[in-house]
Design a binder for this molecule. Sequence first.
Ligand code: ZN
Length: 180
Amino acid sequence: MVPIVQKEDSVLRKKAQEVPIKEITSPKIQKVIADMKKALLPHEDGVAIAAPQIGVLLRIFVVSGKVFDMETLMDEESAVSKKKRHKDLVFINPQITKTSKQKVWMTEGCLSVRWLYGDVKRATKTEVRAYDEHGKRFTRGASRLLSQIFQHEIDHLDGVLFIDKARHMEELPPEKQTYA
Ligand code: ZN
């Protein structure tokens, strides 16, 4: 099991370093990515994780494939079979290249801030440029939940937690959670 560090840990407050592009395919970085996926896996409500959340100060975040499964569900209104499950998406050295002017308050939680929830003002649409786990550059546009995730995760890489920006914070017991 790979533990997720909690908000009292100072590692969550430091700025993460860029990954040298040549090192992306190295065993060291591949292990960090594998550990991040492992850390996320047991959390049913977890939709994404940033490297500082496992104590690694590198600019990497992973979005769970279940986010894209959810989108497919919404689009097709059909159950997603195991075969159709989406892969986790890896973002290395991500940069927000576009942000919508429109911002809305969205409910947010965090795997490192159990069990607080609050509303954070987020751009409804963003576009992120990053490297994938093979060292290939890509650009991904996002709206709604994925856009919110991009902003939340990049905040983590800059040592920012959602509780710094949230309003209407409340503590909910695990069984009442929506996602984090
Ligand atoms: Zn978080």
